[in-house]
Ligand binder design. Structure first.
Ligand SMILES: *Cc1c(COP(=O)(O)O)cnc(C)c1O
Length: 409
């Protein structure tokens, strides 16, 4: 079991099948499709029972029909004259998201995911500042894509510690700023516990210092404004704060869009002039993308509208609350934090948490095992298409898992 736990936490090891010849002759279609089926069958969880990965869940139903209409097309900056349709759909979707974030004049891109959005924002900040030894300041809880971006772009990261409530040390943020600093990064919310950084304070510092501020709204970008509509207290986190230069969100987290769809939105067109596209032709980090992706993003935003999204998130938050309450009712378990968005984290002071994770896994339920400041915990991400029976099934499996661990101790 210890080995299993270790494997779970060493995800970066490259696993490869034995060497395989490039096929000399083709196989009949049926045999090829069976080959795919047999490999897909090795996935341990039904999609509906995977609470571990945030974006496991079908995108909105209109996606398939929208994709059909754009089949085989592409969108790419340097060849937009060749396929103006998908390019226009991309840019209209971007404008809708910019308006959602409070900057109707905002410009931007559909990227391949949160990682590309974050890395593209770092590149923009670097090119804009044009300093010889660029540094970025961010809370240590920021997503690992910033570490990847810093490595690739030759940026030094200064990671600021967070306290037991996940709150970054804002004095340390200020102390970490020096003449090499090109940008500040914060999250709305960070993707582990789902806690918002004090974005207003980051914005104040950005205004004072003139630094670029990028907000990672991979998880929160879609849902947060609707939570406000639903009567929750949600502080400003987007362009409504004057210091925010860019914000990104993942359509494939809570946006009801397929993998890989993310939006990088920049406050205004003037800012992105810093990128030397005369040489690189591209503002982001990938080039040609399927036109289907732009069509689907446009279609889902246009089809759901604010009303549709609000209703979806009302349900998702209800299910989240149901799961959280259910967990609290199981003796031996406790919530690590009160859920803010659709992330639920729990731990135990008496039972072995990795064992609970494995028991759930054996029962076909996927969760994520994490450690926050020395406390092991289980993280659940409640996708908008989970319903009440489904949440109850999970809670029943969790209760059984806890009983099984207790019986062993
Ligand atoms: C998921 C996530 C990302 C990265 O997104 P990918 O789409 O997986 O590249 C970045 N930031 C946060 C906070 C996330 O939760």
């Amino acid at each position: 079991m210890a080995q299993e736990f270790q494997r779970q936490s060493h995800r970066s090891e490259l696993e490869m099948p034995p060497p395989m010849a490039f096929p000399d002759t083709g196989l009949p279609e049926q045999e090829v499709l069976d080959g795919i089926r047999s490999r897909m069958a090795t996935d341990p969880y039904e999609i509906e029972q995977n609470f571990g990965i945030s974006y496991v869940g079908p995108p909105h139903a209109i996606s398939e029909r929208a994709a059909e209409l754009a089949k085989g097309t592409i969108f790419v900056e340097w060849a937009r004259e060749m396929f103006p349709g998908p390019y226009q759909l991309e840019k209209e979707a971007v404008r809708m998201m910019a308006a959602h974030f409070g900057a109707p004049e905002g410009v931007g891109f559909i990227t391949s995911g949160g990682t590309e959005s974050n890395m593209s924002a770092l590149r923009l900040a670097r090119d804009r500042a044009a300093k010889s030894r660029p540094e970025v300041v961010m809370p240590e809880t920021a997503h690992f894509s910033f570490r990847l971006g810093a490595e690739v772009l030759g940026i030094r990261l200064r990671e600021v510690p967070v306290d037991r409530d996940c709150r970054p040390d804002m004095k340390a943020v200020r102390r970490s700023i020096n003449r090499n600093t090109i940008a500040l990064v914060c999250s709305a919310p960070e993707g582990n516990l789902g806690i918002l950084d004090p974005i207003g304070e980051f914005s104040d510092i950005a205004v004072e210092t003139g630094l670029y501020l990028h907000v990672d709204g991979a998880f929160g970008g879609f849902i947060l404004p609707f939570m406000r509509d639903l009567g929750r207290a949600v502080p400003d986190f987007d362009f409504r704060l004057p210091g925010v230069t860019s914000i990104m969100t993942d359509g494939h987290k809570l946006g009801m869009l397929p993998v890989a769809t993310s939006f990088l939105i920049v406050r205004d067109a003037e800012i992105i002039r810093a990128i030397p596209t005369d040489r690189t032709h591209i503002h982001t980090l990938t080039s040609t993308k399927p036109g289907e992706r732009a069509a689907v993003a446009w279609a889902v935003l246009r089809h759901l509208g604010r009303d549709g999204y609000r209703e979806i998130y009302r349900c998702a938050l209800e299910i989240t609350a149901l799961v959280a309450t259910g967990i609290e009712a199981i003796p031996g378990l406790r919530l690590l934090t009160e859920p803010y968005i659709t992330l639920v984290n729990f731990t135990s002071h008496e039972l072995d948490v990795p064992s609970i994770y494995l028991e759930l896994r054996q029962r076909g339920w996927g969760t994520t095992l994490g450690v926050f400041q020395g406390t092991p915990h289980i993280r659940l991400s409640i996708h908008p298409n989970r319903d009440e029976p489904h949440a109850r099934q999970f809670l029943a499996a969790l209760e059984e898992s806890v009983a099984a661990v207790r019986a062993r101790d």
